[in-house]
Design a protein around this ligand. Structure first.
Ligand code: NAD
Length: 498
């Protein structure tokens, strides 16, 4: 059985806890590897190495740090095929989608290559007589990143790009479900010239996460995962006096106006609802057609489109999507489908019981569509995180827009329309953090920033972009005077600038 070890101090380190997690191949349902789970002592080892390495790394000028990022980007690009295969074999997403996962992460690395410019401070000459004021951005020290299973390359690279470029050392605790790509990325950082200890990977579960949250040397924690855990991270970091980002779950809505281009809408929503088996925090699992005519046409066309989808093993180039990540997650999704039926929603297409010939033990679920879903239903309120599309009908834009605005999650939302004014007003008023106008998955590009609202993010700093630079640095402001030699009077009042 393949074993996945920690990456500490620039090398693979076998843990000694005797605790392991199973890593599956979701296409076959078989355990393909086991990953070590760290305890507090092992986390402590990684943090100590990080603290040592960080001082030297922070002292290196930002242009030289950026060169390591450029090199890392080249190495990842050169290894795209094998990284995508590794990713897809543990996650279950198809190869083309796995490449997208890697490329969206690389875009943040690319942005972070601009760190010499991005870290520049501000300067005011002669803020008072002979007095200049300037500010500088300095790294925090050792920071921790905790990532979810659904983007095993992109999300670790969000953390890596921003934390490392700004002169911090990062201890990453990736998802235990698909931990191999983060380890390979750590090896590539080393090959790119990153000093040992600046980027480390420690595997584990709650025990390793808690050790990071309670370690005095960890100055900040960036987390992406489900909302209850994100909330726990936020509470614990607050108690521990640590800076944090804590992104949570989602339930994104797509509003379809009667004037929308239905051909485009169907293409967009079939991909956004079922792509990656719905396991994306920016998936579109709720469609809100406005008016009966729009709803009837949309549901009929979606049924046709969904029934035409190919499910396959993650290496099948003709598959639109692959299996979900685990047997437990498959069961959870199927339970939500049953809940939807019990709550009185109309099940139009049932993906349960789907079996892929030759891969009967894989974790597959066919596309599922519910019509006449109502806001009071628990299956609507909760995040399902599977290939399940719920249609909630609305009579007008006001009623439609209230749904995402009032939902517990507020990650992304989309509106499909040809009416610019309606779209503009919707974007301004909706109570959600990321908005798409005729764009189903509005993940902001790397030089903007990513973050939801409400239970989708317990934080006020977004991921990456200039928000990421702010999160991973602290500002120091210097007020300087170079006296001419004349001794000034004693001052017993707070100095003002006249
Ligand atoms: P998860 O919350 O189960 O796990 C996330 C991380 O937290 C993992 O590293 C895991 O090991 C760790 N963890 C799990 N239980 C813990 C506990 N009790 N205490 C401390 N740490 C714990 O999430 P997941 O299933 O890996 O990922 C899917 C979730 O992530 C979905 O809810 C999805 O919407 C969300 N997500 C959000 C975003 C975003 O940016 N908002 C992006 C991607 C995924």
């Amino acid at each position: 059985m393949r074993e996945i070890h920690h990456f500490i101090g620039g090398k693979s380190v076998a843990g000694s806890t005797g605790r392991w997690g199973d890593v599956y191949n979701p296409s076959t349902g078989e355990v393909q590897a086991r990953v070590q789970f760290a305890n507090a002592a092992e986390v402590g080892q990684a943090v100590a190495k990080a603290a040592e390495a960080q001082r030297e790394w922070a002292a290196m000028n930002p242009q030289r740090r950026a060169r390591v990022l450029f090199k890392f980007k080249d190495l990842v690009e050169a290894e795209m095929e094998s990284l995508a295969e590794l990713l897809s074999s543990e996650h279950g997403k198809v190869i083309a989608d796995a490449k997208g996962d890697i490329i969206r992460g690389l875009e943040v690395i690319e942005f972070a290559c601009g760190v010499p410019h991005l870290m520049k401070g501000e300067y005011t000459e002669s803020a008072g007589p002979g007095i200049d004021v300037f500010s500088m951005r300095q790294p925090l020290g050792v920071v921790a990143g905790i990532s979810p299973f659904n983007f095993p390359a992109m999300i670790p690279m969000w953390f890596m790009g921003m934390a490392i470029a700004t002169g911090n050392a990062l201890v990453l605790k990736p998802s235990e479900k698909d931990p191999s790509v983060p380890v390979r990325l750590a090896e590539l950082w080393k090959e790119a010239g990153l000093p040992d200890g600046v980027m480390q990977v420690v595997h584990g579960d709650k025990e390793a996460v808690d050790a990071l949250l309670h370690h005095d040397e960890i100055r900040a924690v960036t987390f992406v995962g489900s909302s209850d855990i994100a909330h726990y991270i936020a509470r614990t970091c607050t108690e521990q006096g640590k800076r944090f980002q804590a992104m949570g779950g989602a339930k994104n809505h797509g509003i379809i106006m009667p004037d929308a281009d239905m051909d485009q809408v169907v293409k967009d929503i079939v991909g956004a609802a079922f792509g990656s088996a719905g396991e994306r925090c920016m998936a579109l699992p709720v469609a809100v057609p406005v008016g009966k005519k729009t709803a009837d046409e949309f549901v009929a066309r979606m049924m046709e489109a969904a029934q035409g989808l190919n499910l396959g093993v993650s290496t099948d180039p003709d598959a639109h999507y692959g299996p979900v990540v685990s047997a437990a997650h498959k069961k959870r999704i199927e339970d939500y489908i049953q809940m939807g039926i019990d709550e009185g929603a109309e099940l139009k297409l049932d993906g349960r019981g789907f079996e892929l010939q030759g891969h009967e033990t894989g974790f597959f679920i066919g596309p599922t569509i519910f019509d006449h879903v109502k806001p009071g239903m628990k299956s609507y309120h909760d995040e399902i995180f599977g290939p399940v599309l719920q249609v909630v009908r609305a009579d007008n834009l006001e009623e439609a827009a209230a749904l995402p605005s009032q939902h517990q999650y507020g990650n992304g939302v989309a509106i499909f329309t040809r009416n610019g004014l309606a779209a503009r007003e919707f974007a301004a008023k909706v109570n959600v953090g990321m908005v798409g106008i005729n764009v189903p998955i509005p993940v902001p590009v790397a030089y903007h920033s990513f973050g939801g609202w409400k239970r989708s993010a317990f934080t006020d700093t977004n991921q990456y972009g200039t928000e990421g630079i702010r999160f991973f640095t602290k500002i120091k402001t210097v007020t300087q005077r170079w006296p001419s030699g004349d001794i000034g009077d004693q001052a017993f009042v707070i100095p003002t600038m006249g």
